[in-house]
Design a protein around this ligand. Structure first.
Ligand code: FAD
Length: 453
């Protein structure tokens, strides 16, 4: 009898976490991973720091090569192999080999299939959008391409379109390398996942770092000369650009799944249950292509983050390996930084609460990252939101100097636990002058919200 076969589509965070977990539990399983790119287990999160030359070698962003997966884990990773079709009834996938350019493809059978195809960056459907020197940032290759273009020289002016965390991190990388960086965003503030008052602090941090912001300005087209981008047009002006970086967000990469009839959720991500099974028997999904459940709104939720992709992959892998694991959901935690300023968020923000019809109270407090008298104490602003009446913690946002962002983990943990803000006041958190004021800033914010209930 032939061995049972697990096929994984996508060889990064979710796919390789799952494959590794399944291997650990079932040494006898035949595991094949098809990855259309040349790398496995790369850190897309590290791309801005490679582009910004904080990380000197691309190899440092690769956690484990296909060769190592084969040698150490017995996982058959086939890079430059793209899955083009899923036949759910016949339990097989059609795989094309990308480097042969022969158009050759073959059918590969599976017993269990994990879809871990990630997300794709949004590209505006506007004149000139496909010109040379317009870059999306997603895979390691896209990061390498930007760095190669910078190394080639002749670049002075960069326009970043979109003020989400990828746009911000790329702005930091480029401005730190002495380039003239402009950022446009159609919203009134950058970081739309923060409330506007907190986003305004981040906008100011960008300006302080030397980035020119054009807010409330929508992109309308690109200026091109002989197929190369030379400028960006908004409703209000034309900005000259040697290169353009798109940071417009991502969408789940689910065309393959949708074509095969695998049910998707509202945002186009693959619908999964707590075990990461899709609506089709024997087919699983994990990572940026899959939906999550929001533990605060109690609704399906789409988020594309490495933290979530790794956890999805782990749960799927344990189950594929014969175990029994569940992924309860997320609370929407994310952190980033722009030069000196750290930014963090978790839970629901005001516009989400409005949409859900949840009444809330909030408080914004300013404190210090260390005891006020201790050298290097920096400013930190914390916003906490709680349900009116019950005091149930709903979310929090933090903007501040070094030592600020990871404080969001206290709020994220409290959200997982379903705490009220009153319950947060007596949390036994650590204190010594080099780390915190006696009352941690997140607790001060919780205390202020509790007064308004
Ligand atoms: C610049 C940048 C910075 C980031 N920073 C952070 C951060 O600080 N913190 C954080 O939590 N997250 C961050 N992320 C997000 C994080 O990188 C992703 O959430 C994570 O990589 C998702 O893992 P995944 O395995 O689901 O998808 P991916 O990493 O997208 O991997 C999917 C893989 O599937 C392959 N594939 C797709 N279709 C096919 C097919 N048909 N056949 C074969 N192979 C296919 C792709 O080539 C790709 O390698 C960042 C992302 C970027 C781009």
């Amino acid at each position: 009898m032939s061995k049972e076969r697990l096929v994984v589509i996508g060889g990064d965070a979710a796919g390789m976490s799952a494959a590794s977990q399944a291997r650990r539990r079932r040494p006898e399983l035949d595991i094949v991973v098809f990855e259309r790119g040349p790398h496995t287990s790369f850190s897309a999160c590290g791309i801005p720091y490679y582009v910004g030359r904080l990380v000197d070698a691309e190899e440092k962003l690769i956690m484990r090569t296909p060769e190592k997966f084969r040698e150490l884990d017995g996982i058959d990773v086939r890079i430059l192999h793209e899955v083009e079709e899923i036949d759910t009834a016949g339990r097989k996938v059609r795989v094309g080999v990308r480097d042969l350019k022969s158009g050759k493809s073959s059918w590969e059978p599976y017993d269990q299939l994990l879809i871990a195809t990630g997300a794709v960056p949004l590209c505006p459907d506007l004149p000139g959008a496909h010109a040379v020197d317009i870059f999306g940032v997603s895979t390691l290759e896209s990061g390498l391409e930007i760095r190669r273009r910078l190394d080639k020289g002749g670049i002075n002016k960069v326009v970043i379109v979109g003020g989400g965390y990828i746009g911000l991190e790329m702005a930091e990388a480029l401005v730190m390398n002495g380039l003239e960086v402009s950022l446009i965003d159609r919203a009134a503030q950058v970081m739309e996942t923060l409330d506007e008052d907190m986003g305004a602090l981040v906008s100011q941090a960008l300006r302080d770092a030397g980035v020119t912001l054009y807010l409330d300005e929508a992109l309308t087209s690109f200026v091109t000369t002989s197929g190369k981008v030379t400028g960006v047009v908004t409703g209000k002006r034309t900005l000259p650009a040697d290169i353009v970086i798109l940071g417009l967000g991502v969408r789940p990469n689910t065309v393959l799944a949708a074509t095969a009839g695998i049910p998707l959720g509202e945002k186009g991500a693959i619908r999964v249950n707590e075990r990461m099974e899709t609506g089709i028997p024997g087919i699983w999904a994990a990572g940026d292509c899959a939906e999550s459940f929001h533990l605060v709104s109690r609704k399906p939720f789409y988020v594309a983050l490495g933290t979530v992709a790794n956890r999805h992959g782990r749960v799927a892998g344990i189950n594929l390996g014969g175990g029994n694991a569940t992924f309860p959901g997320v609370v929407g935690t994310a952190i980033t930084k722009i030069c000196q300023m750290e930014v963090a968020r978790t839970g629901l923000q005001e516009k989400e609460l409005r949409k859900l019809g949840i009444e809330w109270v909030s408080a914004v407090i300013k404190s210090r990252t260390k005891a006020g008298y201790y050298p290097g104490a920096g400013e930190i602003t914390v916003k906490v939101l709680a349900e009116k009446g019950s005091g149930r913690l709903l979310g929090g946002q933090i903007v501040g100097m070094e030592g600020s962002a990871k404080r969001i983990d206290t709020l994220a943990t409290a959200l997982h636990a379903g705490f009220t803000v009153e319950e947060m006041i007596n949390l036994d958190l650590g204190y010594a002058p080099p780390f915190s004021p006696v009352w941690d800033p997140v607790v001060i914010a919780a205390r202020e919200v509790a007064k308004k209930l």
